[in-house]
Design a protein around this ligand. Sequence first.
Ligand code: FAD
Length: 486
Amino acid sequence: MKKLVIIIGAGIGGLATGARLLKMGYDVKIIEKNPCCGGKTGSLKAEGFTFDLTASIMMMPEEYMSLSKELGLNLNFIKLEPNYKVNYFDGTVLNFYTDLTNSLDQIEKINQSDGNSYLKFLSEGYRRYQIAYDYFLNKNYDSIDDVMNNTVMKGAAKSLPLTNSYHYISRFIKDKRIRDYLAFQTMYIGVNPMKSFNMYTLIPVISAIKGLWYLKGGMNSFVFALEEYIRKNGGTICLNTTCEKLFVTEDSIKSVITDKGVLSPDIVVCNSDYSYSNKTYFGNRFSKNKSVKDRKYHYSCSVFMLYIGLKKKYECLSVHNIFIGPDFKKNIGAAFKGRIPSDPSLYIYCPSKIDDTMAPAGKDAINVMVRVPNTKNKNYVWDEELIEKMRNRLIQTLQKVKGLEDINENIEFESYLTPKDLEVRFNSTYGNGFGISHDLTQTAFLRPQIKSRDLDNLYFIGDSVHPGTGVSLVLLGSKLLCEYLK
Ligand SMILES: Cc1cc2nc3c(=O)[nH]c(=O)nc-3n(C[C@H](O)[C@H](O)[C@H](O)COP(=O)(O)OP(=O)(O)OC[C@H]3O[C@@H](n4cnc5c(N)ncnc54)[C@H](O)[C@@H]3O)c2cc1C
């Protein structure tokens, strides 16, 4: 008889794991508290516009492509060029490409010596990425022996010079505009580029080398494809079903208690937020266990997102756009110091630039995102007044982008995502956007691991556990999880 795996949460982690386990011959049942799949990687559809709820940038495209191939999904990956269009507050506009000749043309126009330095930055970064991938990311850690393994320690020594991301970039690049562009990307996992250890400079390196890809229909088409695969292949997804408790005896979970009934699994995979799950499902089961109950984690920052449906198309936008505001270091650091930035730098996503399924004909759908403190910080209450203030600040900032001056008059639809929404809708602890923070003390073998050390039949998948945050790392995590169950 097939073993029954109950997966709590139909986020990208739960869906990818469910699809992989089905293919391996398990009986899979996913329970999801919300009325739709995808969790943070879901979508918002309104008035003919489709918005990716959060994730839009496809880091490590091979993780998406290999899973798609493995499951035979019918997805259309489109290579983007340029990768980013960057607008600066002083009116400078730069495009960055995967095509190195084009990027070098741009860079050398503004600083001759930075062309060569940019190549060195990429080459050194790629070397470090390969070490990081083999020794830290694509690897399960089950015991202290895995950590003390000589190869891992050598890998760490080779790849972790202890300077922060911004400082590390500055060792290569002279021009502040290029530095700011590269540093902006290191922030994608929700850590401060001025404080984070420089491993995250690998993010702009991978994007430049592997390119950025777009999935026709947006990131949420990956969610739909996984959901469809699961349903077609005999898996079950129970929407509007909340896990309330896990009934544990001795060293394993015997029952999953939901608001719709009790399930008896052989294996449990927990995709809901790691800290929320430990606090909510187990009661005092772990009171003697320091690794779960007593460890105090730091959480990544949160985000404020504005979704805008526009009455017309804006030629000045690329698919991925960055606006770098004045006093970049101060404003980027604000969210991590408990403040909302006054002159924010923004990420602007416009999938309708190349995908006419995302907006009605002749119109654009854009996401505008800024980092803000998570809700552990009590300085802000996400009420209507603050939302209105944030909305106006973002629109005023958008109007500084060349070509978007009249954006306020052309808004047909708008909506928002706040830290409070992340907390309430997805049970994200303190409304974190990117899971447990990727501080040096919470990374690789120091991060919560996929296989529970306490219960024999419990596994975790998602942005707070190893190998880390972002859709591609969560997909890689689902592969690592399945290795335990082969
Ligand atoms: C604004 C923003 C922008 C981002 N941009 C990018 C990007 O460009 N590229 C990228 O790769 N990543 C990006 N990320 C990160 C990415 O969205 C996450 O890493 C990823 O979605 C995490 O997926 P997950 O499966 O771990 O968690 P989740 O999506 O949180 O899934 C957990 C699921 O569990 C469900 N659940 C919770 N509690 C229960 C319960 N008690 N019972 C049943 N179900 C429950 C939730 O409803 C949810 O569906 C972004 C994140 C944010 C917030």
